[in-house]
Design a protein around this ligand. Structure first.
Ligand SMILES: Nc1ncnc2c1ncn2[C@@H]1O[C@H](COP(=O)(O)OP(=O)(O)OP(=O)(O)O)[C@@H](O)[C@H]1O
Length: 278
């Protein structure tokens, strides 16, 4: 059984489609990233999968059940990190995590969850005294404390400093290595590239491309741009396989310290996919 199966998903607000017919399959144990510009429909999609919003049309199965009808046993199998979590700010980190752990049948220890998000030093601090990035880490601790089979992360690393982001990536890889399925939305292309087994780009409520970070939007087959300097002139050539060109340049005694080879980054590919929909 797949972790997530979606076909023909639509969500209409008044007369406008926020989600306009999405098909999506996420396998168990997979890390799947949803990318897309502001207002594309990512949060709406994720909240329908979490059972937090009603859909207008389409079939949705999450861990084998319809999230619109599933009960508390299903809910205890998923973990959620919302985009704007409203923390009970007067509790300490430990109190809050322990409180939420109490809703799950087989939770992690609160201290283990706090340690996993790197907040042990803030264990006894009130949440309202934490920085924005530290609060976000509390949100992640709350999402994983129940040992979810499936974890939803909506822009999980917004406000994280670079070290916290790397730490978080390691945590996600560890969870995935233990078999947790992860669906995340992010605006950070480096994050998607570092974490995702597969990803989809949503624009205007539709999936415009889907693939692995290496193949999305034809990226894998894209030509490499080779640039070098020879006799005071800069040369540029496009090649699918630049090996032959490199051998020729070596034979010709060209100074290869001036040579660069670039391929489209995931960001280049993403921006051209988004641009094509405008
Ligand atoms: N409760 C609502 N009522 C009316 N329109 C809504 C509602 N929630 C979302 N929308 C609209 O649906 C569209 C998709 O919004 P959504 O929040 O899913 O986008 P998103 O891809 O998550 O964006 P972001 O990257 O900014 O988080 C937007 O045009 C938004 O204005």
């Amino acid at each position: 059984m797949e972790a997530i199966e979606v076909s023909g998903l639509r969500k209409t607000y008044r007369d406008r489609d926020a989600v306009a017919g999405i098909d999506l399959v996420v396998a168990r144990g997979e890390i799947f990233a949803l990318l897309g510009p502001n207002g594309a429909g990512k949060t709406t999609t994720v909240e329908i999968l979490e059972g937090h919003r009603r859909r207008t049309a389409g079939d949705v199965r999450v861990l084998g059940e319809d999230p619109g009808k599933a009960g508390s046993a299903w809910r205890s199998r998923i973990g959620i990190v919302l985009q704007d979590a409203d923390d009970a700010a007067d509790l300490t980190v430990y109190e809050m995590v322990r409180h939420i752990a109490g809703f799950y049948p087989g939770p992690r220890g609160a201290d283990e969850a706090i340690e996993l998000v790197g907040l042990t030093a803030k264990r006894n601090s009130k949440i309202r005294t934490l920085s924005g990035g530290q609060r976000r880490r509390v949100d992640v601790a709350l999402g994983i404390v129940g040992r979810p089979e499936l974890l939803f992360l909506d822009e999980p690393t917004t406000g994280f400093d670079p070290e916290a982001r790397r730490h978080f990536w390691d945590l996600i890889r560890t969870l995935a290595g233990d078999g947790t399925t992860i669906l995340l939305t992010t605006h950070y292309l480096d994050e998607a590239e570092a974490l995702a087994d597969r990803l989809a780009v949503i624009a205007d409520g539709r999936i415009v491309a889907e693939g692995t970070p290496a193949t999305l939007g034809g990226r894998g087959a894209a030509q490499a741009k080779v640039t070098w300097r020879e006799g005071g002139t800069v040369h540029t050539e496009q090649h699918t396989d630049p090996g032959e060109l490199l051998r020729r340049l070596l034979d010709d005694g060209v100074d290869l310290t001036t040579l660069t080879i670039t391929r489209p980054t995931l960001e280049d590919t993403y921006l051209s996919l988004i641009g094509a929909t405008r």
